[in-house]
Design a protein around this ligand. Structure first.
Ligand SMILES: [Fe+2]
Length: 351
């Protein structure tokens, strides 16, 4: 049966070899549609495709038996330890409980084989295959969100759910062409519009599976909404956004700013806190963002920093009303209050 692109769903089976106009083979007959295949069809502007009538949805999960999947699984298990450790170095504190949250959650996804988990495993694998950056970002967001959830006193079940929400919040990016995801220069208006469609696309992708928790789907849709209504795609105000989406929004922004990227150095945590202090009150849930800032900065008390005047210093006191500009002790024994000396900034942490 010939089917237009908008009706083709993950799990269907392509019923023809597909070629570009120049004769390059792009998809083989009987290929199972994955998010990456959908993205490829869009990239090559293929509007309609022959689909096998009895689309074997179970084939979607046959990747579990492939050598590539086994190697991904062992990599993911190794990565759990190093990612947990890397978050610790960001937060400069150890939290065994959070490590257990992450390990349990990923292990459940990777080792248990109930039907719901198979859907999720397939998507985590697709994410890893499509973009290592999205995969790493998503795992980190899940970890940061679980920290914040614990700091806010949420239940163990809610914290586990936050890890899953973090893992899948950006799943819609698998349906965005890689050239846009990795473009280092400014995006065109058209490209920006496409990128901003990832929450809707992610929701639609997850919504194909009845057994995925509706709150995970909701976070995929709402994690770019902001409390002042300035977010997207629905421009919801805070009262219409659930707590999980609000927590993932904070973790998402923090991870995106502090993680090292190919095209820039990681942004100093004090600069990120300055951003949250300036914008956070309006854009994010105030109570959550304040808890987050306080906990993050607690972990940087007594840390060494490099100042913009070239001096090294130690953070001595975090001011209540200007948390991003602490009192520091200079290496020559003097003190400098950054809340008063606004021309000096913290450039980076010194390990
Ligand atoms: Fe996103």
């Amino acid at each position: 049966m010939r089917m237009s692109l908008e009706n083709i769903k993950v799990g269907m089976s392509v019923g023809q070899d597909l070629y570009t106009e120049s004769g390059q083979l792009i998809i083989l007959n009987n290929t199972v549609v994955t998010p990456e295949i959908l993205a490829r069809l869009k990239r090559f502007k293929i509007n309609a495709v022959e689909i096998n009538d009895s689309a074997p949805e179970a084939d979607l999960f046959d990747i579990k038996g492939t050598p590539a999947f086994h190697s991904f699984k062992s990599e993911a298990v190794e990565a759990k330890e190093s990612l947990s450790a890397s978050l610790d170095s960001i937060l400069q504190q150890s939290s065994d409980t959070v490590h257990i949250d992450i390990i349990n959650n990923l292990s459940t996804l990777l080792y248990e084989s109930n039907k719901s988990n198979l859907h999720l495993i397939d998507m985590v694998y697709s994410m890893h295959e499509y973009s290592d950056a999205i995969y790493t970002h998503s795992v980190n967001v899940g970890m940061i969100a679980s920290h914040l959830g614990r700091w806010l006193g949420l239940s163990d079940d809610d914290i586990k759910l936050l890890v899953t929400c973090g893992l899948f919040h950006d799943i819609g990016k698998l349906l965005i062409p890689k050239e846009i995801l990795t473009k280092s220069g400014d995006l065109t208006a058209e490209e920006r519009k496409l990128l901003r469609s990832h929450p809707q696309k992610g929701f639609e992708l997850l919504d194909q599976f009845e057994d995925i928790d509706p709150r995970v789907k909701q976070v995929a849709l709402l994690h770019h909404e902001r409390c002042d209504g300035s977010g997207y795609p629905l421009h919801f105000e805070g009262k219409n956004v659930d707590i999980y989406s609000k927590i993932i929004a904070i973790a998402d922004v923090y991870e995106a700013m502090t993680a090292e990227r190919a095209y820039r150095e990681p942004i100093c945590p004090f600069a990120v806190v300055a951003y949250f202090e300036k914008e956070g009150v309006h854009k994010f849930e105030t109570q959550y963002v304040l808890k987050f800032i306080n906990k993050i900065l607690d972990s940087y008390l007594h840390s060494k920093v490099l100042l913009s005047n070239g001096q090294e210093a130690t953070v001595i006191l975090i001011h209540k009303n200007m948390k991003s500009r602490p009192l520091v002790k200079l290496s020559d024994g003097g003190f400098l209050d950054l809340a008063v000396n606004l021309d000096v900034e913290i450039l980076r942490m010194v390990s």
